[in-house]
Design a protein around this ligand. Structure first.
Ligand code: ZN
Length: 177
């Protein structure tokens, strides 16, 4: 069998700082691809505050991210959506709103640190699901932020590379706000 692990790697790990490879046409729907996605979902499910995870966060340099069902699935009162798509493969951000905002952010691969990043408040992503079926999803608010954060992961960029300031999670936020 394959040696896919569902452990989340931390900053400094090579896959977090490398541009990930697109999933190839012949990989869609294969047991190998489904195993990677299952490992990502398992890793994400183990993190109470995890909104999403990208494949490089489990050490796999492929262009895949998965959003958390407990936050973006249909049962969440605030962010939930009837859109069934949770798996984004070879995603491309096709549209970003002109309007931006400074948003607080953290990352499962940068434990203990938070920061603030300027992001577009709206984003549209075009992607394919695990079987290769294309879809487009637009979002505002938290999900738009997640789209940008996860796409950054696929390009080897962490939020701390973009953050205007960062702070230790154990301390209150610095500066005014
Ligand atoms: Zn992250």
């Amino acid at each position: 069998m394959c040696n896919i692990r569902s452990e989340i790697v931390q900053k400094g790990y090579p896959s977090l700082h490398t541009k990930a490879e697109p999933v190839r046409e012949d990989e869609f729907g294969t047991p190998e691809l489904l195993a990677i996605i299952a490992a990502m979902k398992k890793a994400l499910a183990g993190e109470e505050d995890g909104a999403a995870i990208a494949a490089p966060q489990i050490g796999i340099s492929k262009r895949i991210f998965v959003i958390a069902e407990n936050i973006f699935g249909p049962t969440h009162p605030k962010y939930g959506s009837k859109d069934p798509h949770l798996v984004f493969i070879n995603p491309e951000i096709t549209k970003l709103s002109k309007k931006t905002a400074i948003m607080d952010e953290g990352c499962l691969s940068v434990r203990g640190t938070y920061g603030n990043v300027r992001r577009a408040v709206g984003a549209t992503v075009s992607a394919r699901d695990e079987h290769g079926v294309p879809f487009i999803r637009g979002a505002g608010g938290l999900l738009a932020q997640v789209f940008q954060h996860e796409t950054d992961h696929l390009n080897g960029v962490l939020f701390i590379d973009r953050a205007l300031e960062t702070w230790d999670a154990e301390y209150p936020k610095r500066k005014s706000e």
